[in-house]
Ligand binder design. Sequence first.
Ligand code: BDR
Ligand code: CA
Length: 318
Amino acid sequence: MTARQKILIDCDPGHDDAVAILFAARHMDLVGITSVHGNNSLENTTRNALAVVEMGKLDVPVARGCAEPLAQEAVGIAAMHGKSGLDGADIPVPERTVIDTHAVDFIIAMAEQHREELILATIGPETNIAMALRREPRLKSWIREITVMGGSTTTGNVTPAAEFNIFADVEAAWTVFESGIPLRMVGYNVTRQTGFDQSDIDRMRASGRSVAATLADLMAFYLEKQRVGYGLTVAPMHDVCAIVPYVDDSLIDYVHTSARIEKTGTYTRGMTVCDLRTLKSAEAINMRHASAANALVAVGARSRALIDRVVDTLLTYD
Ligand code: BDR
Ligand code: CA
């Protein structure tokens, strides 16, 4: 039997973060979860991470991370996820607690322990990862790949140009995207159309399983927010899209190209500038002032098949 791929998830749960955690735990060797500010206060995202771990009966350490962005003002809580960051169901107060180590130190320790084997998933603002990179430059050679839910090749969600996770800490995202670590970016261009529709929610509710029933309530809340806020007919599962390629690499299509973070634009701060121009000859690249490829950038997905895979996995919980 081949060993399961090791992954650490840095997150700000968040409805779709919860699903990403539960999906990863079933298919991969989830070595830890680190919390960060983002969808809600650090206090709430940490509590929500612990609640998800408890809900799934997972034996996974949770470390508390950074409460604020590196340099900018905090953008405030994401309305999509409600007051608690995980509104829509009665989630019990978790009994377990965080480990004694700060998320930044924990990320460094796990990367060192699992050198060249660890995938680091960043599905919230990238503050913890940027701090870890600043503190331990050897992280660059220890991490196998960073998988990012963030950015977009087209429109943003939080501004016309920027996606939430990048916009919530632009300097941190810049640090990660310029780090030289292999990146895999799935952005809003793909994730906005990859989500649970009403029939998926009904399927989870009808299963008679308690985790699926709780998720159905959570997702019904989130779907309604997405309908009102963005006119979507699915509850987008942004974050699980960063995990799925390690379980089934046929579900998302990527191109290897340059993805850079816009730090200074009046209207474009937080934008991911992805070079999707198609001509790849050295002469053409030279003529266009293209910067070097630093990321696999998602350009399409088999959304229905992907979501079916996710729902099937969630239905394996009691
Ligand atoms: C991202 O922002 C958050 O609200 C979601 O959890 C996801 O990580 C989508 O823009
Ligand atoms: Ca998230």
